[in-house]
Design a protein around this ligand. Structure first.
Ligand code: ZN
Length: 119
């Protein structure tokens, strides 16, 4: 998959080959799971463009793809206990862009597997 991602372009349609691109619904399958995404496609040259929202969805999708293919980086951290709850510390070199207003959303996959999203 190859896309042009324009950081300044928040919304499509984009202009390519002198005409406006059209929204195209695309399907891709990873490890037997099918995903649908949309992109802006030029009907002349076939080039695809992503706007900010679509790029955010693709970013999640690529993360999911790495996870499913076993290519996502993992790290082992000790589980700490403060007498009431368990917590995990994130190493400082990963949290440089974090600030105190951020929230963590924990999605339970199984009782031993969780997906943590920092937003
Ligand atoms: Zn084009």
């Amino acid at each position: 998959m190859h896309f042009e991602i324009d950081k300044n372009a928040f919304k499509g349609p984009f202009t390519c080959c002198g005409q406006k691109t059209r929204r195209a619904i695309k399907k891709v399958s990873i490890k037997g799971l099918q995903f649908t995404y949309d992109a802006w496609r030029c009907s002349k040259c076939g080039k695809e463009y992503l706007d900010t929202k679509q790029a955010g969805i693709m970013e999640k999708f690529w993360g999911m793809q790495m996870l499913l293919e076993g290519k996502a980086p993992t790290m082992e951290r000790s589980l700490n206990y403060d007498g009431k709850a368990y917590f995990v510390r994130f190493p400082k070199d990963l949290t440089g862009s974090w600030n105190k207003g951020k929230k963590a959303t924990i999605t339970m996959l199984t009782p031993e597997k969780y997906f943590v999203e920092i937003t």
